[in-house]
Ligand binder design. Structure first.
Ligand code: KMT
Ligand code: NI
Length: 172
């Protein structure tokens, strides 16, 4: 895992866009984003049980596995959105970037690789992209009342109950 401020310069979303300003795990925690390195699935199962997760799936994001829809999928994941529940992402192989909004609305880019796990709180604005390797194999874990639809950012969504709860808990 390496996290830093996204440079916001034009260029493909899969490039590093590294401003050089490093963000540590403590700063992520203040935004409600929890990072773990877990090398065996047993550790993931324990964490999931502890936090009340009941659903999971595995996704391969690559042109080989997705074919013609790959480019569209990657663009969709990169639209700024939130989920109405806390969700876990566990990287089994490959790499990818999760960008999360910081308190001042800049993007924090989190580069994740094999055995990296992050917990995204409900209501955090974020987006995802593969990196230049164009390959990630990830496990997505959801709680028992699944609300995993991505809701794209809008002024209306800023009034969403889960968004407001997130702002109240982490940005106020
Ligand atoms: C998300 O929440 O944005 C995603 O699940 C992206 C795909 S998981 C590698
Ligand atoms: Ni998402």
């Amino acid at each position: 895992m390496r996290a830093y401020i996204y440079d916001n310069l034009p260029g493909d979303q899969r490039l590093a866009h590294d401003s050089g300003k490093v963000i540590d795990a403590d700063a992520l925690r203040k935004l409600g984003v929890l990072y773990y390195r877990i090398t065996d699935i047993g550790g993931v199962n324990d964490l999931a049980k502890e936090r009340g997760y009941r659903n999971r799936d595995e996704i391969f994001v690559s042109p080989e596995k997705m074919g013609a829809i790959y480019e569209d999928k990657v663009k969709t994941f990169f639209h700024e959105h939130l989920h109405e529940d806390e969700e876990i992402r566990y990287i089994r192989d490959g790499q990818g970037y999760f960008d999360v909004r910081s308190e001042d609305e800049s993007w924090i880019r989190i580069h994740l690789g094999k055995d990296d796990l992050i917990i995204l709180p409900a209501g955090i604005y974020h987006r995802f992209t593969t990196d230049e390797s164009n390959y990630v194999h990830a496990m997505r874990l959801f709680k028992d009342e699944p609300q995993w639809t991505p809701l794209n950012r809008s002024t209306e969504l800023d009034e969403n109950k889960f968004r407001k709860e997130y702002v109240e808990e982490f940005l106020s």
